[in-house]
Design a protein. Structure first.
Lengths: 509, 368
């Protein structure tokens, strides 16, 4: 008696199809699992046997062989418990027909026969849909997450019995409907809003420019000036996640096991702020069984590095390649995994170790100490920080002022407009934002008039700005011009871009 | 006294950190060659040589190849000048406690010219930097020897500025003359070696140590007729140099700072105690008897063309860092216009961003 059931596994953040085959034959009673399995899959033997018994089935005293195919990819995780149990039941004749290939299932079993949640349901269902599969049997706890994928009917089951009833009699335990995707972003940022940020006119301006062109940003300011608060506001002025983006981001969180059970998909743009003791592997993703790292968790959102100079140099340097490629390839002995990592990098640091520079009345640092502090950020990394801005420490007069600051919603409207301009401009060019322009596109979309070009060349020369900052400044100027709705980049746009040019060109003496 | 430079060089190597102890035993014994030939008992009898010291002398000379070592020194392009040498700076020999010998690279400060030491804080303000530059350039323009310690801040800035107009610039080091300290001043070090001169009483390869700098400062003041203090805190290496200058009977000139500025507390204290306050290079030249009050040339301010916004911003800039926000508050211009004006002033070379978002005035000019 042979049967087979379709299921899915996870490789990186992509699902792949796994066929679970069961065969029950006469012979010495035994229960064998094969198919390049990791130890947690091997342990399924005991879970499946006991769960079936406690669900009220008699486990056959026969020679049972289970195979997970394809046999050349390592199977990990506990999601294969349910398909294994169903395959056995099918081979036993408990299920009255063969299970068609347009039904897939995954779920972990508990000893009492209940089905519990697993990681990575969302990407598996997305993959299933792309393969034309119509029905997915998932743990009830993961049902909401899975239901976000359209065109696939989701059957959330609490125990084996429910799964069998569904397969035998089409009894759907409890219909699962997707939450409406409208109002994705409403009310989710509870206490963060730009209207709570007092003063900080320059930093606010820089924040808006950064959000408009998706430029990476470095904030320099004294301790307590409000750098973290400003950074937290960035997601609130970025456009809300689109449905596609939300699915993409949620897939990553699903694989990482960070999607709260019972909840649907993520509705806010991610804001990831790792502590400065984070290791390079935690940053990029990896481990024996690779998991997405901080940069992937910040995909389509903001990666905020507070006290950037305190991070280990190595951890910072690994950011360079993902910042260029917008994804990271992690290679382990199990294979290569590609995780998306399209994030906006926002760093914050003090102007010097004591935090008082350039106020020489209070600063106790020597020049060597200041240089060493800034030296922790390598030149190539500083070059990738498009915008550098100071965050001033507020005095009480500003704090006590009751004047209302602009709220995130108002700023976001302007940012959305600039995003739209960029989207139209880069139609069919494979990029979305000014910050992603390559030299060729720069020539096409950010050309300077003769007069402006001459002035800019003179400015670079007298301000002693290196040639490698040239493109960066033009990119920011392009964004500033877009914010004004100007087609041509003018002197005033470049002037402002020069001010926000990164710290790499400031000698900090 | 018997002069044998190779033996003197061997003897100079006996004291790495306290070369001031070198001279007495040589005078006592007659020459360093004699010291080299003495046995242990004879050495102990020399004043200033203890039993341990004598032992180490005996030990060390076993490993010292008199000819080869001196050849090595010369091949590095370093001059070894003992006190009896006629090239030994006269201003130094007339100072009590002068070094037994000096190591030099490049030129030696000539005694035919007036010489001024420009000293000040390492952690200096932009105001100090501006003044150091001004005095360095102007004094070097008068053909004066400019002496300083090649340190960060005032010293280095003054020397670098002076080197642009003259090659009579000398760096006195607190380490071996072949070592560049601070390493970040490499460019200045090479320039001094090439155009000006480097001088040290410490043997080659002696690493910088904090205890070596106060004795170094006595050489700086000894080589100068006027010690010009640009910016100094009350407790600082600069004030040590000033004390030594006063002991040596040198003139001390001070560039005044603000009363409230901690970086100028030392300067202002010196003025209170009677040091000469100087505001231009001519004041210093006057102290050197080169110029008389009525000969002073009037310094003219440079005229620079500015737009209305730029003028407003310029008048609100200080030699002390002000943030863009502050400047915008003071001028009443909005942030964007302030930024544009500041960048423009930066391009014109009158303003400078010292910390991210903080600007200072670095040039006095007349806006037109």
């Amino acid at each position: 008696m042979f049967s087979s059931v379709m299921s899915f596994g996870i490789h990186g953040i992509e699902g792949f199809c796994v066929k679970v085959e069961a065969d029950i034959s006469d012979g010495m009673p035994m229960f064998e699992l094969v198919g390049y399995l990791s130890s947690e899959v091997r342990e399924a033997r005991e879970r499946v046997r006991t769960a079936l018994k406690n669900a009220g089935y008699v486990f056959p005293v026969k020679r049972i062989t289970l195979n997970l195919s394809p046999g050349n990819i390592r199977k990990q995780g506990t999601g294969y418990d349910l398909p294994m149990a169903i395959a056995i039941l099918c081979a036993m004749g408990e299920i009255n027909h063969e299970i068609s290939e347009d039904t897939v299932m995954f779920g972990e079993l508990m000893l009492n026969g209940e089905v519990s949640a697993i990681n990575g349901v969302l990407p598996m269902v997305i993959k299933a849909r792309s393969m034309g599969i119509k029905k997915c049997i998932v743990p009830h706890a993961n049902a909401k997450e899975a239901a976000m994928v359209e065109d696939v009917s989701i059957i959330g089951v609490c125990n084996i019995r429910e799964a069998v009833d569904y397969l035998n009699h089409d009894v759907v335990p409890e219909p699962i409907t997707a939450e409406s995707s409208a109002g994705m972003d409403n009310g989710s940022y509870k206490d963060t809003d730009l209207k709570y940020v007092k003063g900080q006119r320059i930093a606010r301006r820089a924040l808006e420019i950064a959000a408009s062109g998706m430029h990476n940003m470095l904030m320099i300011g004294a301790p307590g000036a409000g750098k973290s608060m400003l950074a937290k506001c960035i997601p609130t002025i970025l456009p809300p996640l689109t449905k596609e983006e939300a699915l993409e981001v949620s897939s990553i969180y699903s694989v990482a096991g960070l999607l709260g059970s019972g909840e649907g998909i993520l509705k806010e743009r991610p804001f990831v702020a790792p502590h400065h003791t984070v290791t390079d592997i935690a940053m990029t993703g990896g481990g024996m069984y690779p998991r997405p790292g901080n940069i992937s968790l910040a995909h389509r959102g903001v990666l905020f590095l507070d006290e950037m100079a305190e991070f280990s140099r190595y951890t910072l340097e690994v950011l360079r390649q993902p910042l260029e490629d917008r994804r990271i390839t992690v290679t382990r002995n199990g294979g290569s995994y590609v995780y998306p990592a399209d994030f906006m990098l926002v760093g914050a640091m003090n102007p010097c170790p004591c935090g008082a520079y350039p106020d020489l009345k209070r600063c106790t640092c020597t020049q060597t100490r200041r240089q060493r502090y800034f030296g922790k950020l390598s030149r190539p990394l500083l070059d990738r920080m498009d915008i550098c801005v100071q965050v001033e420490r507020l005095d009480y007069s500003h704090m006590l002022k009751e004047e209302a600051a602009e709220s995130s919603v108002e700023v976001r409207e302007r940012v959305l407009r600039v995003h739209k301009i960029q989207k139209e401009r880069f139609e069919g060019r494979g990029i979305l934002f000014n910050s992603q322009m390559n030299p060729e596109l720069l020539k096409e979309f950010a050309g300077l008039s003769k007069e402006v070009k001459d002035w800019f060349a003179k400015a670079l020369d007298s301000l002693m700005i290196s040639a490698r900052s040239y493109n960066k400044i033009i990119k920011i100027a392009r964004t500033i011009a877009d914010m004004e709705g100007e087609v041509n980049i003018g002197r005033e746009h470049i002037s402002e871009a020069l001010q926000f040019n990164s710290a790499g060109d400031i000698p900090f003496l | 006294m018997e002069k044998n430079i190779k033996y003197d060089y061997w003897w100079a190597g006996m004291e790495r950190y306290f070369p001031a102890r070198l001279k007495m035993p040589v005078m006592e014994a007659g020459s360093s060659k004699r010291l080299y030939e003495m046995d242990k008992e004879e050495l102990i009898n020399i004043e200033g040589i203890s039993t341990n010291y004598a032992e180490s002398i005996v030990e060390k000379r076993k490993r010292w190849d008199i000819d080869a070592e001196y050849e090595k020194l010369l091949s590095m392009g370093i001059d070894f000048i003992p006190f009896y040498d006629e090239r030994y700076p006269k201003r130094l020999i007339n100072t009590p406690g002068h070094p037994f010998a000096v190591f030099s690279m490049g030129k030696l400060p000539g005694d035919d010219k007036h010489s001024v030491a420009i000293i000040g804080a390492r952690n200096c303000s932009e105001y100090g930097r501006m003044q150091a530059q001004h005095f360095g350039t102007e004094l070097a323009g008068y053909g004066v020897n400019v002496i300083s310690g090649m340190a960060y801040g005032i010293d280095g800035v003054a020397q670098e500025a002076a080197l642009k107009v003259s090659d009579r610039v000398y760096g006195i080091l607190g380490c071996g003359v072949n070592i560049c300290y601070p390493a970040a001043n490499r460019r200045l070090y090479e320039l001094l070696k090439e155009k000006g001169g480097l001088l040290s009483e410490y043997g080659i390869y002696t690493k910088p140590r904090s205890c070596l700098f106060p004795p170094r400062n006595r050489i700086i003041s000894a080589l100068a007729q006027v010690v010009l203090v640009v910016e100094a805190r009350e407790m600082s290496g600069t004030m040590i140099t000033v004390d030594m200058a006063l002991e040596q009977g040198k003139e001390v000139a001070v560039v005044p700072g603000r009363v409230s500025d901690p970086l100028s507390t030392g300067c202002n204290k010196l003025i209170k105690q009677g040091a000469a306050a100087v505001t231009c290079a001519e004041d210093v030249m006057y102290m050197l008897d080169e110029l008389f009050e009525n000969n002073k040339k009037k310094s003219e301010k440079i005229r620079i063309k500015m737009e209305t916004d730029e003028k407003k911003v310029y008048s609100n800039l200080e030699p002390y860092a002000r943030s863009i926000g502050e400047i915008s508050d003071l001028t009443g211009l909005d942030i964007r216009r302030t930024i544009c004006a500041l960048v423009e002033l930066g391009i014109k070379g009158v303003a400078k961003e010292t910390g991210k978002g903080y600007y200072v005035r670095i040039m006095e000019c007349e806006p037109v």
